[in-house]
Design a protein around this ligand. Structure first.
Ligand SMILES: Nc1ncnc2c1ncn2[C@@H]1O[C@H](COP(=O)(O)OP(=O)(O)OP(=O)(O)O)[C@@H](O)[C@H]1O
Length: 337
């Protein structure tokens, strides 16, 4: 990656809401801030009163069922759609129709339209790089990097019109990140990608976030493992933001107790009595030889294991059960049905 790496300053980020501060306690200008963002189509609200912000150098997942309002939100955030009410601020500057063009040089937006069908993959990247204002050495370097990262090097000279759906998808992502923008909006970037390419792309996006402090806003339905990329998340339902914040904080708020599955050998009733002496009724059987235990504090798992050992119950495995972003998503959507 060519852009200068992140400064050493440790930014105390506020992925959603609040004011981020740097080491010296100075406020950090949010990369994206939406305030009361609303869009009506024909009198019907597609997006209602969205207020959230994303600090620079963060990856933020905008999630929600089909029709929840993700694309409409991103289109407003990128100046492609005028809000019915509310406002968008990018890098501390209010987004207006006049600014949109200037600000767009600092952002990358993935869309599957406007690929030049009659040009090759390489020619498409070069054409887009030139439009973004990349000069010759950077353009050549970035084109090669993008082709390698997306696994398109061996198709660099193929015409776009001859590409498979997944390859076109890769190219549309490549186009969005080609000029190393400070802020990138991605719409289902890994959908249609083979598993290897999806892993590579996710790894590259993480490097952009941690190495270049790129801010990434990602709309996706692919929740599995998304928390490894996104530290912040907003879940939309029916155009409203039903959950927003730091993923880890949201998970620990929603599931404050720690759950473990303990596989034991021998009499399960004896094992359950031994554990119950430590955790009360926060234990139940989960199969013939497995106990499901919920604890207030992580430390007490050692007391639980000690209690089993004292009763001569062999412990075969202790497996912590970590709630995931997928669990958070389903529980948030269910709460608002
Ligand atoms: N141009 C438009 N005219 C009228 N209604 C629209 C328009 N664009 C979007 N909508 C409506 O706004 C709502 C939100 O649509 P949007 O495309 O933002 O959802 P989404 O969350 O991106 O969905 P998906 O996951 O299916 O892509 C939907 O009810 C949709 O029908």
């Amino acid at each position: 990656m060519g852009r200068d790496p992140a400064p050493a300053t440790d930014i105390k980020k506020s992925p959603v809401g609040g004011t981020a501060t740097d080491d010296g306690g100075w406020p950090v200008v949010e990369a994206v801030a939406a305030s009361g963002l609303t869009k009506c189509f024909g009198g019907r609200e597609a997006v209602s009163e969205l207020t959230f912000s994303v600090a620079p150098g963060r990856a933020f997942g905008l999630l929600g069922p089909n029709g929840a309002g993700k694309t409409t939100t991103v289109r407003m955030l990128t100046g492609l759609l005028t809000p019915s009410s509310g406002s968008v601020t990018l890098f501390g500057e209010k987004l207006t129709a006049d600014d949109a063009h200037t600000l767009r040089a600092r952002i990358g937006v993935q869309t599957d339209t406007n690929l030049y069908e009659a040009l090759s993959v390489r020619e498409n990247l070069r054409a887009w790089g030139a439009l973004y204002g990349l000069a010759a050495p950077a353009l050549v370097r970035r084109t090669a990097e993008i082709l390698a990262v997306l696994g398109l090097a061996d198709r660099a000279d193929s015409l776009v019109g001859e590409l498979s759906k997944g390859m076109r998808q890769k190219l549309s992502v490549g186009r969005a990140i080609l000029h190393e923008p400070e802020l990138v909006f991605l719409d289902e970037p890994t959908a249609g990608l083979d598993p290897e390419a999806a892993v590579e792309l996710t790894k590259y996006l993480k490097e952009m976030v941690s190495g270049l402090r790129t801010t990434v806003i990602i709309c996706t339905h692919q929740l599995h493992g998304l928390e490894s990329l996104c530290d912040g998340v907003g879940i939309l339902k029916g155009g409203r933001l039903v959950v927003a914040g730091d993923v880890h904080r949201l998970l620990s708020q929603r599931w404050p107790r720690r759950r473990y599955l303990i596989a034991v050998a021998g009499d399960l009733a004896v094992a359950k009595r031994a554990v119950s002496a430590v955790v009360g009724d926060a234990v139940h059987g989960a199969g013939d030889d497995v106990l499901d235990v919920s604890l207030d504090e992580e430390g007490t798992i050692s007391s639980v294991v000690e209690a089993l050992v004292r009763q001569r119950v062999p412990v075969r495995a202790v497996v912590p059960q970590h709630p995931t972003l997928q669990d958070l998503y389903f529980s948030a959507i269910e709460d608002h049905t």
